[in-house]
Design a protein around this ligand. Structure first.
Ligand code: F0G
Length: 368
């Protein structure tokens, strides 16, 4: 069924005729929910797949590149896809509190959905390494924020142990419902393109999202909704690239704090996705990430966070390997507004300050 027809059908079914109902309602048959599951949703999903000609032009060979702009989800990242599922299932199980470790986006999303579901939200974050926008969100949503003197990997170990010992549900991507929700992004891409892309380029941190996408692509392929499977191309920042170097990184570093992770909990799943899809893992440097971040902003009007730009940076880095006429989707996992400090520090704009407030002075500064 064509995308428009299907979405019209979904709109009709939804109580509000003009509203996308959120991904649990849209993909109910594909998700482990029942009539008893209380659906906690902020109408996440249905994010745009946008052609990015400035990137296609840099590659040539008839290649068409799109971005899946998942930074347009309700809390500004792809995490909402997983969180609507994880929190709805936690609610169904009668849970009253949730916990997660996070480099920022998971904490924002977990807090929003938990609060909407009437639960307490505890979030452990690496002190000083969470972008301002993400921290602001967790605080405004009313999370109980626990900043530790340690990195994400240490925080994750703690929340895993706590959730085993105390009555609290873990909503990191070890929670299987997270990946179930996140796989719907692959469904949407197939519906948009009419088939799967040839390559899917995606940043990797804890490596849940690449695993979720692969699950989604396989499910739609098996259901004959796509006639092919993509190669899964995963990218990490050079200073935080445990999957590329195939070893734990004790002190991961990168400007892309979202993916500052040295021991990804989903590494086996991600390696399987790579193997089954004949994919590749590569690293990109922080300066390559910033270069891609600026191209998207300046030439496409798309503002993503640095971790997301790793997918574009990676694609450009391995552009010689791209077969002619390929269709490629790069996943933009988070919104640029999440990390205003990075934006202010890394741009090529002309920013005149302290101007006298009169026409002559402004016109002169403008070059008239
Ligand atoms: N991009 C962004 C913007 C992220 O926030 C993350 C992960 C990733 C990519 C990587 O996804 O972990 O599934 O491989 N952020 C997590 C967090 C770790 O706590 O918000 P992944």
């Amino acid at each position: 069924m064509a995308l428009t027809e299907r979405i019209k059908g979904i709109f009709k079914k939804s109580r509000n005729q003009n509203k996308w109902p959120g991904l649990i309602e849209a993909y109910r048959p594909w998700l482990p929910v029942s009539a008893k599951t209380p659906v906690i949703s902020l109408q996440e999903g249905a994010t745009p797949l946008i052609p990015v000609d400035s990137i296609s032009k840099r590659i040539q060979k008839g290649v068409r590149v799109y971005v899946k702009y998942d930074g347009l989800n309700p809390t500004g990242s792809f995490k909402d896809r997983g969180m609507t599922m994880a929190i709805s299932k936690a609610k169904e199980a009668g849970c009253e509190a949730i916990i997660c470790a996070s480099t920022g986006n998971t904490s924002a999303s977990a807090a929003a959905y938990a609060k909407r579901g009437g639960m307490r939200a505890f979030v452990l974050i690496p002190d000083g390494y969470v972008a301002q926008g993400k921290l602001a969100q967790a605080l405004v949503y009313g999370a109980e924020v626990l900043a530790i003197k340690g990195n994400f990997d240490i925080a994750l170990k703690i929340v895993q142990d706590i959730s085993k010992k105390y009555p609290i549900t873990l909503v990191n991507s070890v929670n299987p419902y997270r990946l179930q929700g996140q796989k719907t992004a692959a469904f949407e891409i197939i519906e948009n393109l009419g088939t799967a892309p040839d390559w899917l380029c995606i940043p990797m941190g804890n490596a849940g999202n690449i695993s979720a996408y692969w699950m989604g692509f396989k499910e739609y392929f098996q259901a004959k909704k796509s006639n092919k499977l993509p190669r899964m191309m995963g990218f990490q920042a050079k200073g935080s690239a445990p999957l590329v170097f195939d070893k734990t990184i004790e002190t991961p570093e990168t400007i892309a704090t979202a993916i500052r992770i040295g021991n990804p909990v989903n590494k086996e799943k991600a390696k399987k996705a790579k193997k089954e899809s004949q994919g590749e893992f590569n690293y990109v440097t922080d300066s390559e990430i910033i270069e891609a971040y600026k191209i998207l902003g300046q030439e496409e009007g798309i503002f993503c966070e640095p971790a997301s730009a790793a997918s574009i940076a990676g694609l450009l880095k391995i552009k010689d390997k791209i077969p002619e006429n390929s269709q490629i989707v790069c996943v933009l996992t988070g919104n640029g507004l999440k990390d205003p400090e990075c934006a202010i520090k890394n741009n090529d704009s002309i920013f005149h300050q302290n101007l006298n407030p009169n026409i002559d002075s402004i016109a002169k500064t403008m070059g008239f």
